[in-house]
Design a protein around this ligand. Structure first.
Ligand code: FSX
Ligand code: SF4
Ligand code: F3S
Length: 395
């Protein structure tokens, strides 16, 4: 008993210290950040979100961020400060689906409303400025908010032709030049979407433009909000963490926040009981499909994919790919367009980290280890090596 008492005391002390750290950091941000652009409480009331709904949302976000309930007021404060954090948002080689997924919603929830308040000092898709004026806006933003703004990047960087497959603005700077100049002055860089994180579709074989993700091209550390497109909740949660602790959340070996990408799709999938019972869809439209059975045999890559889609879903929890009837294609993993998406069948023979692991014994590995986080990371790093090898092959 003494051992467990000591453990509880240690945990409670740890959280007390963390809370103290959070308070100091939030006071510092209160002094340093520009004044709020929006009053969140007024905006929520305008959009019909009650105080009660807001508190409920902050409780959900607190637990999603793996923090105990005592942090709920700090999450609420971070949300109120959301519009004070200057953001410079760059676009490189991509489809803009990430911005679309984040900035558009028919039924805005708190996360969507927060994204509306975001202080976008520069965002090529939605700002009115163009040409020289846009370039001046960018220069002004990165100078005025030097080391205070967060750089958010959508899209991969082409390295071919000395970077000239992608040039921007009236001076024809390459994406690589712009990315270097801006990330150098940023307090942190967040890669939103699998393109900026890992290269993604632009880096898929045969990769004619020699594209790759930001961290690989620039040799810097980035926080990777993977997904094609990623979930707004994962972006908002990461910024809330920044507004609480003044730094980015703990990351996995691929730069993805552990709170959002620490578990597999398969671990919380509503079709999982069918997987365990051996009930599989064998062909599109068959009886199993009508009954909502597991999509593994028609190519679901949920067992190989680390993300929280099956837990938080999309569009305010309305649905997610597997719920809509198609298997996961692994869009939060590096190289998925080459390794996972095209296969509408299981990767039985896939070698994952060492050559002999298949999806079935990954399951055994996970069952054998009690702490899911530890297990997930053991497998995550195995998959990472596989992903990296695949990435290297494309280079
Ligand atoms: Fe990539 Fe985002 Fe996929 Fe598209 O910009 S992650 S192609 S949804 O839009 O970068
Ligand atoms: Fe769900 Fe896919 Fe796993 Fe089946 S294989 S339980 S559909 S994640
Ligand atoms: Fe992507 Fe799979 Fe989620 S395809 S959106 S990681 S369910």
């Amino acid at each position: 008993m003494k051992g467990s008492d000591d453990y509880s005391k240690a945990v409670s002390n740890h959280y007390k210290q963390l809370m103290e750290y959070c308070k100091i950091n939030q006071e510092r941000l209160d002094r340093e950040l520009p004044p709020p652009r929006e009053d969140l409480n007024e905006l929520l009331a305008e959009r019909g979100v009650s105080r009660r709904d807001f508190i409920k949302w902050t409780s959900i976000m607190t637990s999603a961020l793996m923090l105990p309930p005592m942090f709920r007021p700090a999450v609420a404060k971070a949300a109120e400060n959301f519009s004070r954090l200057p953001i410079v948002w760059l676009h490189f080689a991509e489809c803009t689906g990430c911005s679309e997924a984040l900035l558009r919603s028919s039924y805005p929830n708190v996360a969507d409303i927060l994204l509306e308040t975001i202080s976008l000092e520069y965002h090529e898709t939605i700002m009115a400025a163009a040409g020289y004026q846009a370039e001046q806006n960018l220069e002004k933003a990165i100078t005025d908010f030097k080391k205070k703004f967060v750089c958010v990047i959508e899209g991969a960087l082409p390295r071919g032709l000395n970077g000239k497959y992608l040039t921007l603005g009236p001076k024809g700077k390459t994406g690589i030049q712009v990315a270097k100049e801006v990330t150098h002055k940023a307090a942190a860089t967040i890669c939103i979407g699998s393109c900026s994180a890992f290269g993604n579709i632009q880096a898929a074989r045969p990769n004619p433009t020699d594209s790759a993700g930001i961290s690989k091209v620039l040799g810097i550390s980035t926080v990777n909000i993977a997904g094609c497109p990623p979930n707004a909740v994962n972006f908002v949660g990461t910024l809330l963490h920044y507004l609480m602790f003044g730094g980015m959340p703990p990351l996995d070996s691929l730069g993805r926040p552990i709170w959002a990408y620490g578990k597999r799709i398969h671990d919380f999938c509503e079709r999982r009981p069918h997987y365990d019972a051996g009930e599989f869809v064998e062909e599109w439209g068959d009886d199993g499909a009508k009954k909502g059975w597991c999509l593994y045999n028609v190519g679901c890559k949920g067992p190989y994919t680390f993300a929280n889609c099956s837990k938080v879903r999309f569009n305010d929890g309305v649905s997610w790919p597997v719920m809509a009837g198609h298997g996961c294609i692994g869009c939060t993993e590096p190289g998925f367009w080459d390794t996972m998406a095209p296969l509408e069948k299981p990767i039985h023979e896939a070698s994952i980290g060492g050559g002999e692991r298949t999806v079935d014994n990954i399951g055994l590995v996970l069952t054998g280890l009690t702490a899911a986080g530890v297990a997930a990371h053991a497998v995550a790093s195995a998959i990472r090596h596989k992903g990296k090898d695949e990435e290297e092959k494309h280079d």
